[in-house]
Design a protein. Structure first.
Length: 256
């Protein structure tokens, strides 16, 4: 074979052996390498910027529940997005025990008329422009009231956001109403710091759950030390092949 022909054959062989630019990334990860997923939503943001530094420092796509009408509420929405977090309105709903509310405003009370509920929810959302969804705060009384939750969720639907229930009572009808109204939703029943004891053990249990069933969802608060404890365990999650994902990956479709 002439020398020039040999060179051409060799060059063609190299082209066939080498992947096209972008070919590996467009194919996606190899089959069988799906990692267990964990979503954590940290809540009670709004009154302080310093409290969020440990969360931002982890560089993970956590959710962040932000109270309405607080000093830094709107600013935190913008900063959360800049840090790759999912900002949510942490909507105060009437509980059976008033002390569960804490120092918040923009509360939904069961004595309110539907129009007042809609106006309050809309005002709360206006105070945190840019949030992706709404997460419930307290609410053991309000979430058990179908009329109240219908008014709440119709307003949420009209604003084009989804709803996360932090369930505080077995009598809750919130997700049932969400399905009826046609609002996308997700349920959180596991908290890393409620009560705020043995948080370290609860974080380890979250990791074990994710490894066992392939996923896990949890809530936590920003001032209980939970963010710092999660940070100390990041390497363990990574070593186990667990990845943190946005809470949006667990939001179910709406069923009007």
């Amino acid at each position: 074979m002439p020398r020039a022909a040999c060179i051409i054959v060799i060059m063609l062989g190299l082209i066939l052996l080498c992947p096209r630019p972008g070919a590996l990334s467009s194919a996606g990860p190899p089959v069988g390498t799906t990692h267990p997923r964990v979503a954590i939503v940290f809540e009670h943001a709004g009154a302080s910027l310093d409290d969020l530094k440990p969360i931002y420092a982890m560089h993970q796509p956590f959710g962040l529940g932000i109270f309405p009408h607080q000093r830094y509420s709107a600013q935190i929405v913008r900063e959360a997005v800049a840090h790759g977090l999912t900002p949510l309105l942490h909507l105060p709903l009437e509980p059976l025990r008033p002390a569960d509310l804490g120092p918040v405003t923009g509360i939904i009370w069961v004595r309110m008329a539907d129009a007042d509920i809609a106006r309050t929810v809309a005002g709360d959302l206006d105070s945190v422009p840019g949030v992706a969804g709404v997460t419930s705060h307290a609410g053991s009384r309000a979430t058990a009231d179908r009329r109240v939750m219908t008014a709440v969720l119709k307003t949420i639907k009209a604003r084009g956001v989804w709803f996360q229930e932090n369930r505080t009572t077995s009598r809750s009808v919130a997700l049932d109403v969400a399905r009826t109204v046609g609002v996308r939703s997700v349920l959180v029943t596991t908290y890393l710091d409620d009560p705020p004891t043995n948080i370290d053990a609860k974080v380890r249990a979250l990791l074990a759950t994710a490894v066992r069933q392939g996923w896990a969802v949890a809530g936590a608060h920003i001032t209980t030390g939970a963010p710092e404890i999660v940070a100390r365990h990041l390497a363990e999650f990574q070593d186990a092949g667990v990845v943190f994902v946005p809470i949006t990956q667990f939001v179910t479709a709406a069923h009007p």
